[in-house]
Every structure is written in structure tokens, then in C-alpha cells.
Design a protein around this ligand. Structure first.
Ligand code: VAH
Length: 317
């Protein structure tokens, strides 16, 4: 029976992953943890600062965890604002989660990112195994994290697995501090304002994925036959690649009056420019059957439908 401990459970991925895991493995088999209190009442929840390794160990042991899904981290744009905090949290938290997994023999998942690539990485059809010289603190954290997770597999036999997530788009918990967040904000603003000012310039292509595909990928990878895994940390996965003009055009098919302008943020533009335009996902497809169900058109229909319900003024009862 899976008993899964999740860190960063109130974040963009964590909030939906916990719900998905509980629907698959049972509510009481998923321990959600985060540094702040949860508004949710249902299901096991504990406060945890992932830089506190002793408390992480105690919570995992008392819960009887057999799996650790470590999501707590600062994202790319926030990390550039406070690189030392990002190093301490992203690397300190990861080391604690790996050590607890080694001590308690837990299967281990943590996400990497396309942010693990840099300007010298091939930008088109980026290979699974290639040059990784990121120029952001977030990217340095992700490359170091990939190497640490492979080390814990090879040196200690911890069953570590990871994916390099593209930008993730969702409507449940807005992301915070990412570079790809424009692709989430644009849907909210299209419904609320009918317009959006993009901080990423036209023609800046980045890999993206709808959250349902991201959640399924985590479950599929963690349930994959270990004998079939040639790679572990971390697999390239993506569902689509687009720039601001492409997502705006897709929204306009449903909201014809929607318009978008550009006011480029040089910091996040520089981060985006250092990342690939589109990555190769053959390793994930061949080693554990990765597939994505949502393309830009299908995601846009679902995002607009869900956000229209979520953002419209609550009917006064
Ligand atoms: C970020 N959403 O923008 C994250 C992600 C590939 C992007 O890592 O920092």
C-alpha cells in the first residue's frame, strides 16, 4: 500500500497532486505538508519547513511513509530575486528529503525543470542527455538536484525518479514566482479584463503542459517498472510549445474581443531566452510510456470553462 508524504503541498503542483493522489491511493494514505497552515480540512496535514530535517524524518516515520514526493522550492523568478535563500531552501530541503528517504527506505520523487538547461543547450528538440549550463540560480539548483538524486540512487540505492517539467498551466492554485506564469495569468486576465499585458515578448517559445498531464506523469513514472528505466533524474517531458502570440490567438477563438499588449520584463525575458524552445521526450515515451492528453486548443477550452465558473461573481443566495 502506498503511503505518500508530500512537501510543498499547498503550491501550484502540490495542491492538485495531493487531491489526485488521495483519489488514487486513498485520503488517509497521503500526508500533505507545507510551511503554512492549510485552509483545507480533509486529509492528513502537518506543518513542515523542509529545512528542518529532523521534523521531516519524524513526520515521515510516524506516518509510516513508503514514498516521498518533494515539491517545496522557490521558482525561477523568485530565486533570481533572492539567490541565497533559493540555494538554502531548494538545496537544503532536497538534501533533507533525500536523507530521510535513504534512512527510511522511501521511494523518492522530485521535479526538475526545463530550467535545468542553459543558453548553450541545443534549443530545438533538446536531447534527454545534453549540455546543462543554466545561468539562473533556479537552474543551478535543478542541475545539482538531478545529480544529487542520481547519486542517491547509485550510491545508496534510493529509488529516485524525476521529470523536467515545462511550464505548468492550471486554474486551481495560481503559481508564484515563475517565468512561465504568463501562460496562466493570461487566462485569468482574459476573463476578468478582456486583455493582458505580457511580460514575455512575442516569439519566445517555451515548453508547456496542462496540470492534469503533469499529475498523471508523476504517477505513471513512480509506478513504472524500475527495470525499464535507463534514466532517472530527470526525464524530459512536454505537451506543447508556444509563445504569447499563439496562446493569445487560441483565447481569441473563444473571446474574440480579447487583446494582448507587451511590456517585457527584462529579468524574466532573459530567463526565458536561456531555456529551450522545444524538448525531445523520446526517453520518457520509451522507458515509461509518457503521453500527454492536452494540446493548446484542448487546454484553452478547459481553462476558460473552469475559470469562467471560478471567477464569475458568486450568485447572491
Ligand atoms: C518557472 N514554472 O517558471 C516554473 C518552471 C519551466 C518553468 O520551472 O520557474
Amino acid at each position: 500500500m502506498k503511503k505518500i508524504m508530500v512537501t510543498g503541498a499547498l503550491g501550484q503542483i502540490g495542491s492538485e497532486l495531493v487531491e489526485k493522489l488521495r483519489s488514487v491511493y486513498g485520503e488517509d494514505n497521503i500526508l500533505a505538508t507545507d510551511i503554512r497552515k492549510s485552509e483545507q480540512t480533509s486529509g492528513p496535514f502537518e506543518l513542515l519547513d523542509v529545512t528542518d530535517g529532523q521534523r521531516m524524518h519524524a513526520l515521515a516515520k510516524d506516518f509510516g511513509a513508503d514514498t516521498m514526493m518533494h515539491l517545496a522550492a522557490l521558482l525561477s523568478a523568485t530565486a533570481e530575486k533572492n539567490p541565497l535563500l533559493a540555494w538554502n531552501l531548494n538545496m537544503g530541503g532536497l538534501m533533507n528529503a533525500l536523507e530521510v528517504s535513504r534512512e527510511l527506505d522511501l521511494q523518492f520523487f522530485t521535479p526538475s525543470s526545463i530550467g535545468a538547461f542553459g543558453p548553450s543547450t541545443p534549443k530545438e528538440n533538446t536531447p534527454q542527455d545534453t549540455l546543462q549550463r543554466p545561468t539562473t540560480m533556479y537552474g543551478v539548483n535543478k542541475v545539482a538536484g538531478e545529480l544529487l538524486c542520481d547519486y542517491y540512487f547509485n550510491r545508496f540505492g534510493v529509488d529516485t525518479r524525476g521529470v523536467r517539467f515545462p511550464g505548468l498551466i492550471s486554474y486551481v492554485t495560481p503559481p508564484g514566482g515563475g517565468t512561465t506564469d504568463y501562460a496562466v495569468e493570461i487566462y485569468y486576465e482574459a476573463i476578468k479584463q478582456g486583455s493582458y499585458i505580457s511580460y514575455i515578448q512575442e516569439g519566445t517559445y517555451m515548453d508547456m503542459m496542462y496540470m492534469p498531464d503533469a499529475l498523471q506523469a508523476i504517477i505513471d513514472l513512480m509506478e513504472a517498472d524500475a527495470q525499464k528505466l535507463v534514466h532517472r533524474n530527470a526525464f524530459n517531458i512536454t505537451a506543447m510549445s508556444f509563445g504569447p502570440a499563439e496562446i493569445a490567438a487560441e483565447i481569441q477563438k473563444h473571446l474574440p474581443h480579447f487583446n494582448m499588449k507587451y511590456q517585457v520584463d527584462p529579468v524574466r525575458q532573459a530567463i526565458a531566452d536561456s531555456w529551450p524552445n522545444s524538448i525531445n521526450i523520446e526517453a520518457a515515451q520509451q522507458e515509461w510510456g509518457f503521453t500527454a492528453q492536452y494540446d493548446l486548443a484542448k487546454m484553452t477550452v478547459d481553462m476558460l470553462e473552469k475559470l469562467s465558473k471560478q471567477l464569475q461573481p458568486k450568485a447572491i443566495s
